[in-house]
Ligand binder design. Structure first.
Ligand SMILES: [Zn+2]
Length: 320
């Protein structure tokens, strides 16, 4: 069955493996809780390889029908030799030669890249970025990352860690310390990790919320979904927190705009479920900062990938 692509998305708690068609639609998918169940790194690789083969077999796809196997993984990936340099998601996988370990199971090439780069490629091939030579994809969820497409290709930098946009600093004197140790990284200020802090701050300032909080409620449980519910019920506190997050993302996008002058920035990831309200607030900050420095229109839009963007991006890598 030619025209089929296969991708593997290795996340912090689960791994998904899918076959997609040439329009980026998922044909069949296997979910697995990879790492928690496997004691050793090699065990995880064997399991993933086994599931890929199972998926191919049950769809009557031959390995030789695929151009390659695309693999997206969170963390710092050294692209040239397919080594995971560091990853905060997968314990024991630092300096792990994931690509070569997987390659030992397959005849076709295995292409391993960072998950944000993979999603950028997916968005470029199948989503809002179709037809653009240059674009930036930004994912906003538990963390924040970006993938840069320049001259139709992913730009990975010297090591492969280009686009670590979440560690760009937007508030140097911030009380929020990032996992990297710096103060005021974009991801520390704006993404999932920041939400309980932002929420608590507003409560202390005396803002009221329509979100029901039982007596033993722990603010650390506040996440994107809680705030989505708040947004849907027009809760002023939820909207204020979302606006704060948007403010920092807007600053980040403005910086990207000044460096790369892209025609398109696509936003994906869990927090973009906040939808148009979030997008509008991000644009507000962006356009306020950019002022009259925009000479050609720039489009800032939400991802058009429907379904599991991580695994669709991973599959798209196989076209690289
Ligand atoms: Zn950081």
């Amino acid at each position: 069955m030619p025209g089929v692509l296969c991708g593997v998305d290795i996340g912090g708690t689960k791994c998904s493996i899918a076959l997609i068609d040439e329009d980026g639609k998922i044909l069949d998918k296997i979910y697995t809780c990879a790492h928690v169940e496997e004691e050793e790194e090699d065990g995880m690789v064997n399991m993933v390889a086994g599931h890929v083969k199972e998926l191919l077999q049950r769809n009557q796809v031959k390995e030789s029908d695929l151009p390659a196997l695309g693999v997206g993984c969170a963390g710092h990936i050294r692209f040239r030799d397919g080594v995971i340099i560091t990853t905060s998601n997968l314990e024991g996988f630092d300096n792990y030669p994931l690509r070569d370990k997987l390659q030992a199971h397959f005849e076709i090439p295995v292409i391993l890249d960072n998950d944000a780069n993979a999603q950028a490629v997916g968005e470029h091939k199948f989503g809002a970025g179709k037809g653009y030579e240059d674009m930036i994809f930004v994912t906003i969820s538990t963390g924040i990352g970006a993938g840069l497409i320049i001259n139709g290709k992913p730009y990975r930098g010297m090591t492969g860690t280009a686009g670590e946009f979440g560690h760009s600093i937007v508030e140097p004197n911030s009380e929020l310390v990032c996992a990297c140790g710096n103060r005021g990284c974009l991801m520390a200020c704006a993404c999932g990790q920041a939400l309980p802090h932002l929420f608590e701050k507003k409560l202390k300032e005396g803002m009221e919320t329509k979100i029901k909080m039982p007596p033993n409620f722990n603010v650390s449980k506040i996440n994107g979904q809680t705030l989505k519910k708040g947004l849907d019920m027009d809760d002023p506190l939820s909207k204020a927190v979302i606006t704060d997050s948007a403010y920092y993302v807007g600053i980040g996008l403005y910086n990207l705009f000044q460096i790369l002058n892209p025609p398109l920035i696509v936003l994906g990831g869990g927090l973009t479920n906040w939808g148009e309200f979030y997008l509008d607030k991000i644009k507000e900050t962006f356009y306020e900062l950019a002022g009259n420095m925009i000479h050609d229109p720039i489009e800032i839009t939400l991802s058009e990938i429907i379904g599991d963007a991580g695994v669709i991006g991973a599959a798209a890598l196989s076209l690289e």
